[in-house]
Design a protein. Structure first.
Length: 337
């Protein structure tokens, strides 16, 4: 059986569409564990949940005082009875065969612990260009290798697209509370533990973008939070794959890039120099390290390079440049933005 975890707070407007899409699934053997996280909208969300629960016994509702997304998900995991856990948000909509396709994939691939899917963007592509660009990038990370290598740039797995084996939280820990995105930290931790992750190459969820989405309003989901939480995981990964450990060269000498990259220092990484294309920076010493022209990067036999430039599209350009110089993704360079 599949357990769908659906945390809900003040979501009466979008909740009926989300529930209809779940209750219309072609897979019959599943439950929805809806966690009402202290909704205070005059009983509107509670009324929707209770009306649907009366109609279909597959919906189980947990009413809790408001404790936040991590507390709600933890309560849902404790109550779930399924062999696999699917995530869903109250403002998104599933394809009718989503659960069937993902459950069948896990059944057929016992080596895979988590499977995601592509997602269609349900917001305004002009007003939310950043979110749309992120989803386009995430949809492109569609193989276990791409997920593993892309995880240090940003999250390649939108949270409501995933289904994972119910045993994983017990083995490697579940959602953790802290000043960071709870899903991204979970993927980093599970990948570090060796959990293989895959993605179905079809859009089985519409990822909507309402103004109140937590990733828009909560500081745990801003760019700096992502960089803080991934620093330790990235440093440990570099220790495993970098033949020149602990030394790296970082692409990007701007102040925001340096500030983010320098979080690696607390985890034992040594930044030998900055690589940059700005002639005003080249030859200077910034943060105690020289700035070297990107064109003068030593060969891969002499260094490991970590591109940290965050501007959209820059990492792909840098990856092509480094590949032309003989660098190999995951072996002699690894993007971190």
């Amino acid at each position: 059986m599949i357990s769908v975890l659906l945390p809900v707070r003040n979501a009466a407007a979008g909740l009926p569409a989300a529930l209809d899409s779940l209750l219309g699934q072609t897979l019959g053997d599943f439950e929805i564990v809806a966690i009402n996280d202290g909704s205070d909208d005059g009983g509107a969300t509670q009324a929707v949940l209770e009306a649907y629960a009366r109609r279909d016994a597959r919906l189980r509702v947990l009413h809790r005082p408001h404790g936040g997304i991590v507390a709600a998900l933890t309560a849902g995991l404790a109550a779930a009875r399924g062999d696999a856990i699917a995530r869903m948000d109250a403002d998104d909509v599933c394809h009718p065969r989503r659960l069937e396709r993902q459950a069948a994939f896990l059944d057929a691939h016992p080596d895979i612990g988590l499977v995601s899917c592509l997602a269609a963007f349900g917001g305004d592509p002009e007003a939310a260009r950043g979110y749309k660009a992120h989803l386009d990038w995430a949809n492109g990370q569609a193989t276990p290798e791409a997920i593993r290598l892309g995880i240090f740039r940003e999250s390649p797995l939108p949270h409501p697209t995933v289904m994972f084996r119910a045993e994983l939280p017990g083995r490697f820990g579940g959602y953790r509370q802290g000043p960071f995105p709870e899903d991204y930290e979970l993927w980093l931790r599970w990948l570090e533990a060796g959990v293989a992750m895959a993605k179905l190459p079809e859009a089985l969820l519409v990822w909507n973008d309402p103004p109140g989405r937590l990733s828009r309003t909560d500081p745990r989901y801003d760019a700096e939070a992502f960089h803080r939480i991934k620093a330790g995981y990235l440093a440990r990964h570099l220790a495993r794959i970098n033949p020149h450990h602990p030394e790296v060269l970082v692409v990007g000498a701007g102040r925001p890039t340096r500030r983010r990259a320098e979080q690696l220092l607390a985890h034992g990484v040594v930044i030998k120099a900055w690589l940059d294309i700005d002639p005003r920076k080249i030859g200077r010493v910034l943060g105690g390290r020289p700035v070297i022209a990107l064109e003068a990067v030593p060969p891969p036999s002499a260094c490991f390079v970590v591109p940290y430039v965050a501007s959209r599209g820059a990492t792909d350009i840098l990856s092509r440049f480094l590949s032309q110089r003989g660098f190999v993704l995951g072996r002699s360079f690894l993007p971190a933005a």
